[in-house]
Design a protein. Structure first.
Length: 256
């Protein structure tokens, strides 16, 4: 994609028992707000039926969704707003973190806490994402947020874990966001280049712009702390039944 960042197929991973996650059914990306006509045409060619937007209301108002115009495509808005997330633009939010009340925060710790909040505070929301992926009429499905690395990253990692993809493979796939967000990081750092005059280095900002191993680990540690296992979290927390799981696997797994 030329303007939609961090776009990729979630399929292609193997499960622990040798099955393959089907390609061309589940995709992930950053925001579609600035999608070019060429990229919208490319999305249309993939036959995407459902777009799941995890951004907050203010994020959507500031950067309205652009979606393919082919018949049948619909957008489902499932807003996820963690406690530290100020309803501001990315740049304004960073300025708040660096100069406002957020200046005293440990940004790595903030990110880890956000991932723990995904587990504890957004069961209904992530349960809804799982159900979208488990219903055939929603597929192919595209899940996105603003950068496509945190909210989207956790959602897609969780789906892969439910499907039986080993944890180390899920982690490697999650970290690929760092290879697909060069433009996002460069653009943000360029727009914030004035911060060096305030003694704020690029390294201080980077925790907010990257996917990191300990972030996703924090989410799955929270799952273990509260529910014991991923399976128990899926059943007790998300309300995703054994029948739902079988349906998800039937749709998204194949031998190969």
């Amino acid at each position: 994609m030329e303007t939609i960042q961090n776009f990729r197929d979630v399929g292609g991973c193997r499960t622990a028992d040798g099955l393959l996650v089907r390609r061309r059914l589940l995709y992930r990306s950053a925001s579609l707000a600035h999608a070019s006509q060429a990229d919208l045409k490319a999305l249309s060619s993939l036959g995407i039926r459902t777009i799941c937007d995890l951004r907050t209301y203010d994020e959507r108002n500031e950067a309205p969704e652009r979606a393919p115009r082919h018949a049948g495509v619909r957008t489902v808005h499932i807003p996820i707003r963690v406690n530290h997330h100020k309803d501001l633009s990315v740049i304004s939010r960073l300025v708040w973190l660096l100069f406002g009340d957020g200046r005293r925060l440990d940004y790595e710790a903030v990110a880890r806490e956000s991932y723990r909040e995904y587990v504890s505070d957004f069961c209904s929301e992530f349960g809804s994402v799982m159900r979208l992926a488990s219903e055939a009429h929603n597929l192919p499905l595209l899940i996105h947020c603003t950068a496509g690395k945190d909210r989207t990253g956790f959602a897609c990692s969780l789906i892969q874990r439910i499907l039986g993809v080993p944890a180390d493979v899920v982690m490697d796939d999650y970290l690929k966001s760092n290879d697909h967000l060069d433009r996002f990081r460069e653009m943000t750092l360029h727009r914030l280049r004035f911060l060096k005059w305030f003694g704020i280095s690029k390294q201080r900002i980077l925790p907010l712009l990257e996917a990191r191993r300990d972030y996703l680990e924090a989410a799955f540690d929270q799952i273990c702390d509260v529910h014991g296992t991923v399976e128990d979290y899926v059943r007790e927390g998300l309300g995703f039944t054994a029948r739902d799981t079988r349906r998800l696997k039937g749709l998204l797994l194949e031998s190969g």
